[in-house]
Design a protein around this ligand. Structure first.
Ligand code: FDM
Length: 212
């Protein structure tokens, strides 16, 4: 059964430190693609609406304590519980703009000192993104933007470690954008990259799995 020529939506992931602009850029990209007549949805991980998501949310708010391995697996489970819906959407032609994915999972947990290969293992078999956009910003610049909430990981010292983990994780397929440029410039660059990926997937590209 050869699905190679089947048209589908693109799986587009935005990654970056807290305050790098992922969430604002995601919503801009959503309106942009909608405006062009594409079927598109904006997703985010953690998805705090599920049972697992609520456990994650209370952990992040420091309302509960969990072992580092345990919370790592919950973040992963939170992606697994959305995996089949994700595939259905993509195959039906809907593009997904996803704010954080497995790379956040590995970057944040390995920044705490967990072994990187151990962190990747539970992500194996999830859908691989067609495009990973990395919003690159020095941790100090991100912190200067203010607006860190009171959540667990929103501290400069920890964000520095996360930035280092992202550097180890990044491979040649990621598209990096300087996220400390003016918002509109970043948006313009992202638009081009996203449109390119949407077009490729429309023409037909097989879905692949992590971790490749
Ligand atoms: N985070 C996010 C993780 O530690 N692991 C994950 O797998 C994901 C998806 O959760 F600090 C962290 C990153 C961030 C926090 O993310 C909540 P948002 O984007 O602020 O909701």
């Amino acid at each position: 059964n050869n699905h190679k020529s089947d048209s589908r939506g693109a799986l587009i992931v935005l990654e970056g430190l807290d305050r790098s602009g992922k969430t604002s850029q995601s919503s801009r990209l959503l309106s942009y693609l909608e405006g062009l007549g594409h079927s598109v949805e904006s997703w985010r991980f953690p998805d705090r609406n599920t049972g697992v998501g609520q456990m994650i949310s209370s952990y992040l708010a420091n309302e509960s304590q969990l072992d580092d391995h345990t919370i790592h697996l919950l973040f992963s489970a939170n992606r697994w519980e959305k995996r089949s819906l994700m595939e259905t959407k993509l195959r039906s032609g809907t593009t997904l703009i996803v704010d954080r994915y497995s790379f956040s999972g590995v970057a944040f947990s390995s920044a705490k000192g967990l072994d990187i290969e151990w962190c990747k293992a539970p992500e194996i078999g999830l859908l691989a993104p067609d495009l990973v956009l990395y919003l690159d910003i020095p941790p100090e610049k991100a912190a200067e933007r203010g607006g860190y909430g009171g959540e667990r990981y929103e501290q400069l010292e920890f964000q520095r470690k996360v930035a280092h983990s992202y550097q180890i994780l990044r491979d040649g397929s990621w598209k990096t954008v300087n996220a400390w440029l003016p918002f509109d410039d970043v948006e313009k660059q992202l638009r081009e990259m996203v449109l390119d990926s949407v077009t490729t997937c429309q023409k037909g590209k097989s879905l692949s799995k992590l971790w490749s």
